[in-house]
Design a protein around this ligand. Structure first.
Ligand code: PEP
Ligand code: MG
Length: 597
């Protein structure tokens, strides 16, 4: 790697796929195309400009058709449909004819004329009442950008020319952009936009490629060929690192790889404390592409299958068969272990096509998750039917999100009974003893846990939301992220209360929020008596190593001590002390920089 003027420009974003990547930047999309206006002198110039515009349209068509072919080969029906819509926009007479007219009439350059046409088209679509058509605005944006690239001969990213593996730098990556990439040549992803649930995040995690999103200005600060360090664990990117920094990261990466290899030895071993307490370690998934990683890391099942990803980016709700086919794949891959399918949790920070969403001032407190389902009962029933059908193929558990009162439980009972009766009448098989559970992620659910426990087979603590609602911290607002503290005494007391209450009612407790996969917290959860932990597959073996060497007795002692602390900071300091001395190699991040949660 050659070193330019060492600048060590450090950007902070959201680390969405852990690990360290070191390599050259490959800028795919800067997000904006700069256009200036100029006049054309002669008739000949005008004709030349028009010919150039038509050629750009043709190049765009060829590129889109090539992508469509790739999608067809890979069997991606939905993405194929999106490209079909792009091609239709490209064939639109208004787009081509109006632009040509603009060039002729006003004697202006093609990019400026096209920009005007696109603006007019956007306006027509914004004024339309129909939400589906209104959403086509994004498609016009996308197609317009593609034509402009071709027209302005902006360097088209061509990975085929790359000899070495690269780090992809983009404003954002859509599934269509990803289809253009040769994923075997990708070392890491960094983007301006996005959060934990963006397409880039999901894909990177599934492929185990380090990624940092939400960097805001990474495309402005990076040139093609710049040296980059991507720390997907800490959520940082360093542009043109000095030799010293680069070497430090080589050492960190080596430590990670050694640790990863060492941890794989734990895969076949049982998850049991030295004094015999068993904890089940399960995986969280969003898409089926994550299944190989789940198996590779020895998960004992799926503890949280977030199904909202079946709904995103589409203009109509999926059919029962759309659901069923995908559940079948997950359930059959994971069997005989259980698959816990959570009914869809749309709204809040879960992105959703505009067509399906309602605009709200406070989406996290709005018509989200179970509230949305109980409003759109037919959509809810379609999903439940598919989950029940899948339960005939392997062990399935059903999980309901965002419960905040008992009335919701009565309604769910009624709906479940109705769907089950329907299936019985039609002779469709399903697991009659299917287990149902609820997410405990609102403070009200935690407070009435004793009542809720009578209605279900298990609880699953969703710490991501529980912390947000308990501490009144918007989980996606970076301005208050310093207050988002899993170790806040209120959070710890509430978790303890939920587990104690569930155990008093003889039901099991899983935890599936991010807290479950954070090794630093494992002894606390163990001491509280958690039964199952569900997490990103990559964290499983680290947590297993801790459980196998931390006795339940010691964990209870530790819990008694931390419950006496008054602040999250004190708890964190205490934990770091205990864990970094017990496991000096297991927490390299504690030595490099303090943990940020
Ligand atoms: C949670 O809230 O902790 C959780 C697991 O659900 P999600 O992150 O999908 O809201
Ligand atoms: Mg949640």
């Amino acid at each position: 790697m050659a070193f330019k003027s060492a600048v060590n420009v450090k950007l902070n974003g959201v680390g969405v796929s852990p690990g360290i990547a070191l390599g050259k930047a490959f800028v795919v999309d800067r997000g904006v195309v700069e256009i200036s206006l100029y006049s054309l002198g002669t008739e000949q110039d005008i004709e030349k400009e028009i010919a150039m515009f038509l050629k750009a349209i043709e190049s765009t068509r060829n590129q889109l058709q090539e992508t469509k072919k790739k999608f067809q080969e890979k069997g991606h029906k939905e993405a194929n449909f999106i490209i079909g819509a792009y091609l239709m926009i490209l064939e639109d007479k208004i787009l081509v004819d109006e632009t040509v007219k603009h060039i002729r009439r006003e004697k202006i350059n093609a990019p400026w004329a096209l920009k005007n046409t696109l603006k007019n088209l956007q306006k027509v679509f914004s004024d339309i009442d129909d939400e589906y058509l209104r959403e086509r605005k994004n498609d016009i944006d996308y197609v317009g950008k593609r034509i402009l690239w071709n027209l302005m001969k902006t360097e088209q990213p061509d990975m085929k020319k790359m000899q070495e593996k690269v780090i992809i730098v983009a404003s954002d990556l859509s599934p269509t952009d990803t289809a253009h990439l040769d994923l075997n040549k990708v070392l890491g992803f960094v983007t301006n936009i996005g959060g934990q649930t963006s397409h880039t995040a999901i894909m990177a995690k599934a492929l185990e490629i380090p990624a940092v999103v939400g960097l805001q200005t990474v495309t402005e600060c990076t040139e093609n060929g710049d040296d980059l360090v991507v720390d997907g664990t800490a959520g940082t990117v360093i542009i043109n690192p000095s030799k010293k920094v680069f070497n430090e990261y080589i050492a960190i990466r080596k430590k990670y790889h050694t640790l990863e290899k060492e941890l794989l030895k734990y895969k076949p071993l049982p998850t049991k404390t030295p004094d015999g307490i068993e904890v089940k370690l399960l995986a969280n998934i969003e898409i089926t592409e994550e299944l190989p990683s789940v198996i590779h890391h020895g998960a004992e099942g799926i503890g949280l299958y977030r199904t909202e990803f079946l709904y995103t980016g589409r203009s109509e709700f999926p059919s029962e068969d759309d659901h069923f086919h995908i559940y079948r794949k997950v359930v059959e891959t994971i069997a005989p272990n259980p698959t816990t399918i959570r009914t869809f949790d749309l709204g809040g920070d879960k992105f959703l096509s505009e067509t399906l969403s309602t605009k709200e001032m406070n989406p996290a407190l709005g018509l989200r998750a179970i509230r949305f389902c109980l409003r759109e009962i037919e959509v809810f029933k379609t999903q439940i039917r598919a989950i029940l059908r899948a339960s005939a193929l392997g062990k399935v558990r059903i999980l309901f999100p965002m419960i905040s009162n008992m009335e919701e439980m009565y309604q769910i009972d009624e709906i479940m009974e109705e769907v089950k009766n329907d299936l019985r009448t039609s002779g469709v098989p399903f697991d009659e003893s299917i287990e149902t559970g609820i997410m405990i992620e609102t403070p009200s659910a935690a407070v009435i846990a004793d009542l809720l426990a009578k209605k279900v087979n298990f609880f699953s603590i969703g710490t991501n939301d529980l912390i947000q609602y308990l501490l009144a911290i918007d989980r996606i607002n970076e301005h208050v992220s310093y207050l988002y503290k899993p170790l806040h005494p209120a959070v710890l007391r509430m978790i303890k209360h939920i587990i104690d209450t569930a155990h008093a009612a003889h039901i099991k407790v899983n935890m599936c929020g991010e807290m479950a996969g954070e090794g630093l917290f494992t002894p606390i959860l163990l001491g509280f008596g958690i039964d199952e932990l569900s997490m990103n597959a990559l964290s499983i073996l680290k947590v297993k190593k801790i459980i196998r060497s931390f006795s339940y007795h010691d964990a209870q002692d530790l819990v008694n001590q931390i419950l006496a602390f008054e602040t999250a900071k004190e708890v964190e300091k205490f934990l770091i002390n205990v864990l970094s001395s017990r496991y000096p190699k297991l927490f390299p991040e504690l030595q490099e920089n303090p943990v940020h949660h």
